[in-house]
Design a protein around this ligand. Structure first.
Ligand code: 5HY
Length: 239
């Protein structure tokens, strides 16, 4: 089985962190291909970065050959719906995967992401996934995404913020709200003594499971392949 593990930002270091997290949990016989779109923003912090990253990600997948499954490793689930239209294999964002996993493990969970500006995007996603009632809160560690590339300095800030958030929300699981935090999960779980859910690992296992069940994205409705555009015969432009 071949799974494309796509980091939608263009940071080579973060792409390596994400690929390592995916390869660490993949079953024997599953090939994890870690890639990122060169033209995308170096990190995704907010809506406009998200749209630009999604555009470059779709182009990259078009050029990357067939795969049995796809993981989009940006916690904002940037471009997941668009990619589901263009490919058949099960396609999952790490945000949706982590939130569903946390809801299977805890009564209430909290999400800890990078910057405040990402919070409304993740709150909207939790609601869209039907998990707003299970998500006690989305919080920011107020560290830029690229700060997580230097694990040590970011770790202490993240741990302290996590303790504060869990106490405030009275949650019983923590969800890491950035693909760049993937390598920090095991250590945090050890210190916090409760489930720390990391989306890259969850999404790779969910996609692997769906593909191994022979399941693929439905092409019968909203995720049907994009239609070919046929310009009007009289050459009139749509206004
Ligand atoms: C992510 N940004 O997972 C998101 C997290 C965020 O470049 N990878 C990014 O803060 O929105």
């Amino acid at each position: 089985m071949r799974i494309l593990l796509i980091n939608p930002n263009s940071s080579p270091a973060m792409t390596r962190t994400i690929a390592d997290a995916g390869k660490a949990v993949a079953a024997p016989g599953t090939e994890i291909v870690g890639i990122c779109p060169p033209g995308a923003p170096l990190s995704i912090e907010g809506h406009s970065d998200g749209v630009l990253a999604a555009f470059h990600t779709l182009k990259l997948v078009d050029e990357s050959g067939p795969a049995d499954g796809y993981v989009l490793a940006c916690f904002d689930d940037t471009g997941v719906d668009a990619l589901r239209e263009r490919v058949a294999g099960p396609t999952l964002g790490i945000g949706e995967a982590a939130m569903h996993a946390a809801a299977m493990l805890a009564c209430r969970f909290s999400i800890l992401t990078s910057l405040e500006r990402s919070v409304p995007i993740l709150e909207d996603n939790a609601a869209r996934y039907g998990l707003a009632a299970r998500c006690r809160g989305v919080h920011a560690a107020e560290l830029p995404v690229l700060a997580f590339e230097d694990g040590d300095s970011a770790y202490a800030v993240l741990r302290d913020a996590a303790r504060e958030v869990l106490a405030k929300d009275r949650s019983d699981a923590l969800v890491l709200g950035c693909g760049g935090m993937a390598h920090l999960a095991p250590r945090l779980a050890g210190e916090l003594g409760l489930p720390v859910v990391e989306g890259v690992a969850c999404a790779v296992k969910f996609v692997e499971s769906l593909a191994s069940l022979g399941l693929a994205t439905s092409k019968a409705g909203g995720y049907a392949y994009p239609l070919a555009k046929t310009p009007l015969s009289n050459g009139e432009q749509h206004v």
